[in-house]
Design a protein around this ligand. Structure first.
Ligand code: AMP
Length: 190
């Protein structure tokens, strides 16, 4: 099944997506990673993305949608995608509905990792020492958290109304979150 995972930067979204992908044989579509990869390749799209990402703002819907569609239409990923970082706005959610319908797929569950800004700041400052990401300085992190909160609120409502939303306490340990997610997934499958 296709899954959507939500969480602000530093919520453990990437870590948990990797775990779910391995355990349930799904493909992790992290839009952030895909976009960073475009930057690395230094394509003209990559250059455009680079200046936007550096400020903590969102890349255009069109750029991200094209990228997402390329994956959704691949037979090998049919109904086995974890959307990590997409959708990030109501218009992206509606676009995702449209794309999934076009390729005769649907969303099985939407997972939301809930964490406070204080925890996010702490985790990002730890991560800064391990990985070098241009968007990990504190001002940008606060901006990304606020942008995330503001833009995902209507999305959370949207999926709640569709009865797809499951909220998980992202303040817990990685193992504890793993466990909670497994329970949700096993209940869906059973
Ligand atoms: P992430 O690694 O998911 O935190 O994403 C890092 C950055 O990539 C974001 O701050 C945005 O600039 C960009 N990005 C990732 N996903 C999206 C999306 N769905 N729509 C627009 N921009 C995105």
């Amino acid at each position: 099944m296709n899954i959507i995972i939500f969480g602000p930067p530093g919520a453990g979204k990437g870590t948990q997506s990797k775990y779910i992908a391995e355990k349930y044989n799904l493909f992790q579509l992290s839009t952030g990673d895909f976009l960073r990869n475009e930057i690395k390749k230094n394509t003209s799209v990559g250059q455009k993305i680079s200046s936007i990402m550096g400020t903590g703002s969102f890349v255009s819907d069109e750029i991200v949608s094209n990228l997402i569609e390329k994956i959704i239409k691949e037979k090998k990923y049919d109904n086995r995608i974890i959307f990590d970082g997409y959708p990030r706005s109501l218009s992206q959610a509606k676009n995702l509905d449209y794309l999934l319908k076009k390729y005769k797929q649907k969303i099985g569950v939407v997972l939301k990792l809930s964490v406070s800004l204080e925890t996010v700041k702490k985790r990002i400052s730890e991560r800064r020492n391990l990985e070098k990401r241009p968007d990990d300085n504190e001002n940008v992190v606060v901006k990304r958290y606020e942008t995330y909160e503001k833009s995902t609120e209507p999305l959370i409502d949207y999926y709640k109304k569709l009865n797809l939303l499951k909220v998980i306490q992202g303040e817990s340990s990685i193992d504890q979150i793993n466990k909670e997610i497994s329970e949700i997934m096993n209940n869906l499958e059973g």
